[in-house]
Write a protein that binds this ligand. Structure first.
Ligand SMILES: [Zn+2]
Length: 233
C-alpha cells in the first residue's frame, strides 16, 4: 500500500472523531479527556495534538482545550458517517446483533473510501440513524424526532427509547439482558436513590441504573393523557 503524502492516517481519524464528540458535549475537548477516551497517556496525546494543529485540523486554546477547524470537522463527520453506515450494513444486511457491531465498525470505518461511502449510502437507502439511534451525518432529512435524556423524566413518566449514545458491547449486552433496546417502553420509578441510582421499569421488570448508564439513554417522552381520557380496555 502506498501512503500519499498528507493523507489522513487511522490515528488522526480517531483523534478527530473523539475531539468532535467531546466538543459537542462540552464546547472544547480537553487533552486529559482526549487521552482518557483514546486510552493513551496525556504526554503522547500532547504530541499528536501539536501535530494536528500544525496540519490545520484543530485550534488549541490555552487552558480551554482544542476545537476542530472546518477542515478537521469535515474529516471527523466523514469518519462518523462511515462508522454509522458500517453498523447499518452489519445489522441490516449481514444480520449481526446491534450489541456487537460497534467494535467491528470501528475497524471498517477507516477502510471505506469516499466512493465506497457514496455507494454504501445509496445501497442502504440513506438511513437517518445507526442501529443505536445516533444520527448519520447528511442522512435522509426525515422527520426530526424529539428526543430528550432519560434523566429529564420525573418519577411516573414514561418514554420510548430512541437513542443510546454509547455503543460498547459490554454496555449493550447488559441493556439487552434487561430488555432495554430501541423501541422499548421505559418508566422512571424513582430517582436519586443511593449513589444517584435510578429505578426504572421495562415491561414487567424493574431495574436500577447508575447515573452514567442513565445518561447515555435518550427517549421520546410519552405525554400524559389529558384529564377525562379513558384508557382503552
Ligand atoms: Zn451506532
Amino acid at each position: 500500500m502506498v501512503l500519499r503524502k498528507g493523507s489522513i492516517s487511522n490515528e488522526v481519524e480517531e483523534y478527530l472523531k473523539v475531539i468532535y464528540k467531546l466538543e459537542r458535549k462540552t464546547g472544547f475537548a480537553k487533552t486529559l479527556e482526549i487521552a482518557k477516551q483514546l486510552r493513551l497517556s496525556p504526554g503522547s496525546v500532547t504530541n499528536t495534538i501539536e501535530n494536528l494543529e500544525k496540519r490545520n485540523l484543530i485550534v488549541h486554546k490555552l487552558y480551554r482545550g482544542v476545537k476542530l477547524t472546518d477542515k478537521g470537522k469535515k474529516i471527523a463527520l466523514a469518519v462518523i458517517k462511515k462508522h454509522r453506515l458500517s453498523e447499518r450494513l452489519l445489522t441490516d444486511v449481514l444480520g449481526m446483533d446491534w450489541s456487537q457491531v460497534h467494535e467491528a465498525a470501528c475497524k471498517l470505518e477507516h477502510g471505506i473510501s469516499d466512493e465506497v461511502l457514496r455507494l454504501l449510502e445509496r445501497f442502504l437507502e440513506y438511513p437517518a440513524t445507526c442501529p443505536h439511534g445516533n444520527p448519520i451525518p447528511g442522512g435522509s432529512k426525515g422527520v426530526k424526532e424529539e428526543t430528550e435524556p432519560l434523566l429529564d423524566l420525573e418519577p411516573g413518566e414514561k418514554g420510548i427509547i430512541v437513542k443510546i449514545t454509547e455503543e460498547r458491547k459490554e454496555v449493550l449486552e447488559y441493556f439487552e439482558r434487561i430488555g432495554l433496546t430501541l423501541g422499548s417502553l421505559i418508566r422512571v420509578e424513582e430517582k436519586n436513590l443511593a449513589d444517584g441510582l435510578i429505578k426504572v421499569g421495562i415491561g414487567e421488570a424493574e431495574v436500577y441504573l447508575t447515573p452514567r448508564l442513565t445518561s447515555i439513554i435518550n427517549v421520546k417522552r410519552i405525554r400524559k393523557k389529558s384529564e377525562g381520557d379513558k384508557p382503552l380496555s
